[in-house]
Every structure is written in C-alpha cells, then in structure tokens.
Write a protein that binds this ligand. Structure first.
Ligand code: ZN
Ligand code: ZN
Ligand code: ZN
Ligand code: ZN
Ligand code: ZN
Ligand code: ZN
Ligand code: ZN
Length: 413
C-alpha cells in the first residue's frame, strides 16, 4: 500500500486538478507492516517520515548501512563496523572493528602469559622487560664459567660449577681457586700442604712443606734414600726369584706322561760311540710330575747303550728327583713305569717295556736332595739292529720316546 501511494504521488505530480484530492486521501505510513501505526493524509506522509522510527537513515557512523531510526542506537553501539570499541583493560576507545582488533593484539595493559611458560601473566608492555630480567625460564650465563643456564636451575649448577671459586682447605696464600683446579693445587702446588717424601714407597717417612723444607730434606737424606732403595731392590730380587720358580713349576709337565722327541739321532749315536772310555753320552729329559702335586721324575737315554747294553743297545732309565711335595707322598714310589719307542711307519708296531718298582728297591725310596745318578730302567731297551734296520723307529733322524707313569699297577707289554 505504501509503494502504491508513492507511485500515485509520482504519477499525478503534475495533474493539478486531481492533485488536491489525492494529497488529501488518507494513507498508512509506508512502514505500516514493520509496525508504524501512523495514518493521515498523503500530504503529511513526507513530514511523518522525517520522524518515523521505522524509516531507514544512513548510519551516523558512516559505515554505509541504511538503518531504521529505531535500530540506529543499537547498531551504532553494538553492530556497526565503524562503532566505537572500548578496551576492557586500558579503557582506550577505538573507532571501528579493524582498529579494535588491532588494539586487542597490542593493548599494552592486557595481561598475557609469558611465552617461556614460566607461569606468569603480565601486562603486555612489561613482558619484554620480564623476559630479560625476571622470567625464571630466561637463559642466564653462569658468572663463573660463562655457560648459559635456565635461571631457575643456576643455583643448583653453582654447587657443581667447575669454575666456582673455593678457598684452599689448607688456608694457604691462595685466596680462592676454581673447584676444578683445587685437587691439582692441593696435590702439586699448595705451599701449606704437608707432602710425603717422594721416597715414601721405599720407606722414607718424612713429611714436609713443599718447597724449601722438602728441598732440604732431599739434600740431607740422600744417603738414607739410597740405602732404602738398595734394600728394596734386594727384596724385589728375591720376589722375582720365587716368582720364577712358581712360573717354572707351572710350565712343568704334570700329566705323568712325557713324550720325548730326540732329534739328530745318528749324530748322537756316533758321538756316544766315540766316548768308549767314559759312560757314553747320556741324554736327559726335562723333569715331569706324575700329577700336580705328585712325584718328580726324569728320564735318561743312552743311544749307544750303557752297562750290559753298551755299544749294542739303546738304554733307557727313569729316576726320581727331589720334588716339592715329597713330604706328603707315599714312599716307596710304586707306580707302573712304561717306556715306548714309537714306530713312525704307517702301520706302527711300537716297542714297549714296563715295570712296577719293588718296594725294596733303593732307587724308589724318597730321594735326598742329591738324586741318585742313574735310576732304574732297561739297559737293553732296544738293539741297534732293530733301531736302525727294522721298521721306522727313526724318521727324519728323529725318534719319539714316551715315558708313562701310571698309578694302576698294570704292566703294559
Ligand atoms: Zn511511520
Ligand atoms: Zn554503521
Ligand atoms: Zn587496551
Ligand atoms: Zn616468563
Ligand atoms: Zn658455572
Ligand atoms: Zn693451598
Ligand atoms: Zn725422604
């Protein structure tokens, strides 16, 4: 209806005759639908619209929107993008949403959390200073070692900082000294530290101040130091000897079986032959034990024979040497002893001789420190004929002889 009225107003604007009639007709306000109850002659409509609370006006903030007069106040205050925005923190007033948003990001008074997560909320304008001077999570250099630490851990660092200044426990002339240097200072440099004479390990008991006092001692005690050194050397010499003995014992065969390799047989045989006047050439084995704490034995061989085998046979003997554990062993020695000469051919046929010592035999009683010279054995162990011509007892000019001592009294043949 309102639009219709407007149309008619325009249509008949120049028709003077009918103008009066129309302008006098009663119409509703063009905002009747929105709720305006105004109704009057058409000619008064224009005047009404100047005050009609439903009529739209351009926003007084100049945001460009057309707003009904009745809504203008609300619009200007709350929804207009050009409204005045008041900051709840600083009470500052900003014109327009954009400026308000900009301010909310920068308001110097708004309390905000420190980014370092120290737990503090602080006005924005104080934050920069907080981060540098107060924040418990800021990095600060240790003033002793210069390394950077988070502020709230620096106290615990101080208790271990290698450069933290300490005082010398000897109260020497050094006022303070870095923690990491203190040990060296006490050991090597502190002049208030009583130190031991460097000959302490050989028995000098002198203690004195490093420097002059120690120098004097060194001069005065040189003779004494030399004596101490001498007796230390002697003592060590004795230790070396007894250690050698232990080592030698460890290296000694303790299996009760000796495999004896004799090389250059022909040459040795020849040598024995030319010593007809003497006892012939006796070859002596390395000593061996029947067990770790057993009897100590030694074998000997006359390649050119001895006694009844002289010049015709190889003679073999075994004798008991004074051993470490003789005092604990059973006497007389009664183990079975066997001698084996190895045939080195592919299908070997070894020569074996053995015996069980008779308890009455002298040779097998507990030996004195002077072992008996020969021992017991077989003067005619193997004939030269057999040795040189039969089978392969000699190979590469070498023979192998096994001497086995067995506590079981089984005689191998
Ligand atoms: Zn109206
Ligand atoms: Zn507006
Ligand atoms: Zn503000
Ligand atoms: Zn902080
Ligand atoms: Zn430090
Ligand atoms: Zn000191
Ligand atoms: Zn000394």
């Amino acid at each position: 209806m309102s639009k219709f009225a407007k149309f008619r107003l325009n249509y008949f604007v120049s028709d003077c005759e009918k103008d009066k009639d129309i302008m006098g007709s009663v119409v509703y306000c063009i905002h009747h639908k929105e709720g305006c109850k105004w109704s009057d002659q058409l000619r008064r409509l224009k005047g009404h619209l100047q005050t009609c609370k439903y009529d739209a006006l351009p926003c007084t903030n100049h945001c460009g929107a057309q707003i009904a007069r009745i809504l203008m106040d609300d619009h200007v205050r709350y929804t207009c993008i050009e409204r005045v925005i008041k900051c709840e923190y600083c009470n500052g007033e900003m014109k327009g949403e954009a400026a308000g948003e900009e301010h909310s990001r920068t308001c110097p008074v708004e309390p905000i959390h420190c980014e370092a997560k120290c737990g503090i909320k602080i006005p924005r304008r104080m934050l920069a200073k907080h981060k540098v001077t107060e924040c418990s999570k800021r990095l600060v250099p240790c003033r002793h070692c210069g390394r950077q630490f988070v502020a709230d851990t620096i106290n615990s660092h101080t208790t271990s900082c290698p450069r933290f200044p300490l005082t010398c426990p000897n109260r020497c002339e050094i006022v303070t000294i870095a923690r990491e240097d203190l040990e060296h200072h006490i050991k090597h440099a502190c002049h208030s530290m009583l130190t031991s004479c460097s000959f302490k390990d050989v028995g000098c008991r002198f203690k004195g101040l490093r420097g002059k006092q120690m120098d004097t001692h060194m001069e005065e005690a040189s003779q004494q130091h030399l004596t101490l050194m001498c007796s230390m050397v002697t003592k060590q010499q004795q230790q070396i000897v007894s250690m050698k003995k232990v080592i030698n014992n460890l290296a000694v065969n303790q299996s009760g079986t000796l495999i004896w390799k004799i090389s250059d047989v022909l040459e040795k045989l020849e040598e024995g032959r030319h010593k007809l006047c003497g006892d012939g050439l006796e070859l002596i084995s390395s000593p061996f034990y029947t067990s770790q704490f057993g009897y100590k034995l030694q074998a000997s061989v006359f390649l050119n024979g001895n006694g009844s085998g002289e010049n015709t046979h190889v003679s073999v003997y075994i004798k008991i040497l004074p051993g470490e554990f003789d005092a604990l062993l059973k006497w007389s020695f009664s183990h079975t002893v066997s001698f084996t000469l190895f045939d080195q051919s592919e299908k070997p046929c070894n020569i074996v001789e053995s015996f069980v010592p008779d308890p009455s035999w002298e040779n097998f009683q507990r030996p004195s420190t002077q072992p008996d010279s020969l021992g017991f054995g077989f003067p005619k162990f193997v004939s030269h004929e057999t040795l040189l011509k039969k089978r392969q007892f000699i190979k590469d000019d070498t023979i192998f002889l096994r001497i086995k001592v067995d506590p079981s009294k089984i005689v191998a043949v």
